[in-house]
Design a protein around this ligand. Sequence first.
Ligand code: COA
Length: 332
Amino acid sequence: MIRTKIIGAGHYVPENVVTNHDLAKLITTSDEWIRERSGIEERHFITPGVHNTTSMGTMAARMAIERANLKPEDIDFIIFATLSSDYYFPGPGVMLQRELGIKPTGALDVRNQCSGFIYGLSVADAYIRSGIYKNILLVGSETQSIALDMTDRGRNTAVLFGDGAGAVVLTATENENEGILSTHLYAEGEHADQLCLKMPGTGAHKMIYPEMMDSEDILPIMNGNFVFKNAIARMTEVVLEALAKNNLTTDDIDMLVPHQANLRITQMVQRQLRLPDERAYSNIAKYGNTTAATIPICLSELWEQGRIKPGQLYALVAFGSGFTWGSVLLRW
Ligand code: COA
């Protein structure tokens, strides 16, 4: 039986560090409010013109490919998850392919926001297990900073997000004791407007028109409290589902890697799963929410710290705009 395993992880965040104090110079907020409500202390923002979603994704991908002891030409398929692509079209998968000089091969763009990496893992797993592709590069990269509403109107979202990228290389293994055990994906479109950015899009009479500049629809909107409650419930539920499916319990989890949306969300999930701090990874203090990039950045840091050991059970879980959510259970 073929299984899918991660053989390399990498990440990149831009150099420009923006602290809560820096944000408090632009909008009515405070370091105390942001820390207390979200656990975030700082985030990284790109320098426009220097980096974008593809360039950060490329840096993360290079690191992941190197750690996998492969070369770009060994990649058989690319999956790129983002909500902030460089162009409206084409998507970033082909841009990354161009940057890395990867041979003509498939490049799939995933648009599932904060759940993008989990959705991408699920697709990669299906391709690899079915024998269609052997080595898949999966990237999550986001440029949030240039789309945030840096006025008091947008302060509930502006303080939460950051820029960055993470990537993994996946390959086939015939060892039954390692790899992805199962993936679980969900969406609930009735809540699409609870966390969204409407324009530019085809919902208006024209994609771009002068009056749209005065519309609030060009800015991200979020019903923070509703998102908060749903995130806790859905993330907990989908981890428990993955464990039940594999006849495992929370005691078996060596590390929970949750999407980094808000420290209070992940602490609540952790509490419901009865996991101590050393078995749940968090780096939100340094990066904020980097959407599709949070989980691969966590994996790359864990890799770097030498904390990933063969045989360990990892539960990856995400929730985001859509609503979309999902989990992946994997054994290293
Ligand atoms: N600085 C200071 N005050 C702020 C603020 C900021 N950046 N943003 C909002 N406030 C104010 C609000 O205006 C409100 O003021 P009021 O009581 O005078 O009306 C007050 O703080 C409380 O706002 P509320 O939205 O109830 O706070 P909260 O405790 O729910 O925390 C979030 C807000 C956004 C941090 C929280 O709802 C959250 O994290 N939600 C989920 C977000 C998320 O994870 N999104 C991505 C999903 S993948």
